[in-house]
Ligand binder design. Structure first.
Ligand SMILES: O=C(O)CCC(=O)N[C@@H](CCC(=O)O)C(=O)O
Ligand code: ZN
Length: 328
């Protein structure tokens, strides 16, 4: 069942059974695209992990990666040793191979959300699933990796965004991420209402958005490049201590400014295919907005991440970051 779960979810097909056995434990299908894995033996030091993919429908590599891990589990090559909630985010957007259908799901994870419609309703269901999952394991360390791929190339193809929240990130996270092939870290400077931010802000979870290369259609991803990341996910499923490496091998950045699209008449003043983390010198004009005016780099150089002039009005059109020291 596990190896077919992704296809069944996307076909909106009713599975033969909503629960069953797997090596080391059981699975329960709570709703379309929401699958809980429960270990038979509760290792006291294993994390309770949320692994989410497909929050954006065109970001397929994480879906394939997680699918391979679940297939290995079902085949008995792995043994479940920790509670894991597996989430396929925006099912309809995945079916359409689009980033979102009506609005960006990854801006809706807040408890005071009032909007209705497909993506807001899905956000509410996913928040509820995370709340009930973590409530079942109050004594455990919590973890949430929300796996994405980026629209454009990047000076660092694999990087994480650390959401802004009071909960401190444990040093071991940097070690695990470095060993999993992550090349750069971007610390957020303010609340962002993404899925990983939700878990960190409301549940004091170790949480990150992981960017694992470029967004490509199903079948076009090179999963060999993500083999170290697969090993990290497998360790979490088995409740084993993941491999570690020196955090200093990653490059650290902190967001200095969030560039917002304020008007219809908005444009970015650099090429569409500019890679993430491209640095612009003081004096460079980065954006023009009929309402907010031009944005010009001042002081120290700024590196641009996730530039996208086509975002919804009032949404983030780019993050602007500066290098920072690795955490102690
Ligand atoms: O490549 C892009 O422009 C977007 C890739 C993506 O979906 N990134 C996430 C980052 C979430 C975060 O800031 O933690 C997003 O924009 O939702
Ligand atoms: Zn994404």
């Amino acid at each position: 069942m596990l190896s077919e779960w992704i296809e069944l979810s996307l076909e909106d097909a009713t599975p033969k059974s909503r629960s069953g056995k797997l090596p080391g434990g059981t699975y329960t299908l709570h709703a379309a695209g929401i699958l809980e894995l429960s270990p038979a033996v509760r290792r006291y030091d294993a994390h309770a992990s949320v692994l989410s993919v497909g929050i954006h429908g065109n970001e397929t590599a994480p879906i394939e990666l997680l699918g391979e891990c679940l297939a290995r589990l079902e085949a008995g090559l792995l043994t479940l040793g920790a509670p894991v909630l597996v989430i396929l985010g925006n099912l309809e957007a995945i079916r359409r191979a689009e980033r979102y259908v009506n609005t960006n799901l990854n801006r809706l994870f807040r408890r005071d959300l009032v909007e209705t419609g497909m993506e807001p309703d899905r956000a509410r269901l996913l928040m509820h699933a995370v709340d009930t999952f973590f409530a079942r394991y109050p004594e455990r360390e919590r973890l949430h990796y929300d796996l994405h791929t980026a629209i454009r190339d990047s000076r660092y193809p694999r990087f994480v965004v650390e959401p802004y929240a009071d909960a401190a990130t444990h040093h071991e996270q940097w070690r695990w991420l470095a060993a999993a092939g992550i090349q750069a870290v971007l610390h957020q400077h303010q609340h962002s209402w993404t899925f990983s931010h939700y878990s960190k802000h409301y549940h004091q979870t170790q949480a990150f958005t992981l960017e694992l290369g470029r967004a490509l259609p199903f079948g076009h991803n090179d999963l060999a490049e993500l083999a170290p990341m697969a090993r990290l996910l497998e360790a979490l499923l088995e409740g084993r201590e993941p491999a570690g490496a020196a955090p200093e091998q990653m490059v650290f950045f902190r967001v200095a400014h969030e560039l917002m699209r304020r008007s219809h008449d908005f444009r970015l003043c650099f090429a569409d295919d500019t890679p993430n983390f491209t640095e612009f010198e003081p004096g460079a004009r980065l954006a023009e907005d009929a309402e907010a005016g031009p944005f010009i780099v001042e002081g120290q150089p700024l590196s641009v991440v996730f530039p996208n002039a086509a975002v919804e009005l009032g949404a983030r059109a780019a993050l602007l970051a500066r290098p920072t020291a690795p955490p102690d």
